[in-house]
Design a protein around this ligand. Structure first.
Ligand code: V47
Length: 379
């Protein structure tokens, strides 16, 4: 059996590890040695720079036909707490975000049983009308599949129409865990893992970038996590369209799925570190502080992570499931969190271009792709 030391030599030499080796890393008892290896890989790619952005989430509706068993956010239309925002409400939230310096609006919602395809076009146009500087990162692959049905059009045509209306890129949600046996228990009504991957391939072929997530800490095995990452790595080899990998720690409260009491900090750090080592074709690994909490997210900056997501402002999905992180983190708080970890905070836009601006001066966005060789614009 391959040892940790042999895998570490291979990784330090720049070679790709396979799934069996990723499993050895998961089983390795020395968390700090694993973290150090992941950090070596990260620093080779990103130096000491850590990305964050100033963004706002808008969850336009929680009414959803999919009824995933892990989800505490969704409601059926007749349940208490069900909501659908008006376009005026969406506009007001985007305007407020703009005044707070946001460069990105992140839009994800339930699969509403009654809205027509045109609603989604208007949603995008409404946000874009607030300012052309706002990048709209919207709709998971699961939503895209649903919207294509509403539009009565194939995925590529649906994407073209959404792009024309202002879609800038896609978030990585809906991936959950690809292994069919687990996925069937988690979310039997959701599109399959194969369909999620196929839609993302078409998204990338349409010239759009996307993110990729993995929901962990529920019914899945460590082998299921590695299998999930394998399929992402294979697709990334073909398209190069994924910008970042984001493991999402399962929040167990108020959902139908009754498993455990949430992930441990050790499991979070181990998962991020193995992802950083295994996903050699991903430029970025994100610690989503909303699900991890600020302290584990900060420690993750020594375990291979180079991205912390953003200010978020109004998070519903994790908080409805009991996440005890705050709803928002100010730009200053994120910068301070990164600095106190001994790293260099770099504000980015949604497409991972660093913003040259320093606080209070948002002009001069660099269009150069971020490169490890370049020094970060320290905030
Ligand atoms: O698809 C739902 C997950 C996702 C729970 O792309 C849960 O930049 C934990 O994808 N516990 C939506 N997770 C959020 C998401 C995301 C978040 C931040 C940034 C980006 C990005 C994407 O949240 C869902 C699902 O996988 N989720 N319920 C829960 N109880």
């Amino acid at each position: 059996m391959t040892t940790f030391a042999a895998i570490a030599d291979k990784v330090r030499a720049g070679a790709r590890i396979d799934e069996a080796e990723a499993l050895v890393l998961f089983a390795h008892p020395d968390l700090l040695a694993l973290g150090e290896l992941a950090q070596t890989v990260n620093e080779r790619k990103n130096g000491r720079r850590v990305f964050f952005n100033v963004n706002r989430h808008i969850n336009h509706t929680n009414i959803c036909v999919n009824r995933c068993r892990f989800c505490a956010f969704y409601r059926t239309a007749d349940q208490p707490g069900a909501y659908l925002m008006t376009l005026d409400e969406v506009r007001a939230k985007a305007e407020e975000a703009l005044t707070q310096g946001a460069t990105e609006i992140h839009v994800v919602g339930g699969l509403h049983p009654e809205l027509p395809f045109e609603f989604y076009l208007e949603l995008l146009k409404t946000i874009r009308s607030v300012s052309p500087t706002l990048h709209v990162k919207a709709f998971t692959a699961v939503e895209i599949a649903y919207l294509a049905k509403l539009a009565g059009a194939p995925i590529p045509e649906t994407l073209e129409r959404l792009k024309e209306a202002g879609l800038g890129s896609l978030p990585g949600g809906g991936a959950e865990i690809f292994a069919p046996a687990v996925r069937d228990q988690l979310c039997p009504e959701k599109i399959s893992g194969a369909a999620w991957l196929s839609i993302m391939e078409q998204v990338h072929q349409a010239g759009l970038k996307s993110n990729a997530t993995m929901l962990y800490g529920h019914l899945e095995s460590v082998a299921d996590r590695v299998d999930h990452m394998r399929q992402l790595r294979e697709l990334q080899d073909r398209t190069g369209g994924f910008q970042v990998f984001i493991p999402l720690a399962f929040q167990p409260e108020h959902s139908e799925l009754k498993v455990g009491s949430g992930t441990s900090g050790v499991d979070d750090l181990r998962t991020l570190a193995v992802a950083r080592i295994y996903l050699d074709n991903f430029a970025n690994v994100k610690a989503y502080w909303v699900m991890l909490g600020e302290k584990i997210a900060q420690v993750a900056l020594s375990f291979g992570v180079n991205d912390l997501d953003g200010t978020v402002v109004e998070e519903r999905i994790g908080h409805d499931a009991g996440a005890d992180s705050p709803q928002t983190m100010s730009r200053d708080a994120i910068v301070s969190l990164i600095r106190k970890a001994g790293r260099v905070p770099v504000e980015r836009d949604t497409l991972y271009r660093e913003l040259k601006a320093t606080r209070g001066n948002r002009e001069g966005i660099s269009t150069r792709p971020a490169s490890p060789a370049r020094q970060g614009t320290a905030c």
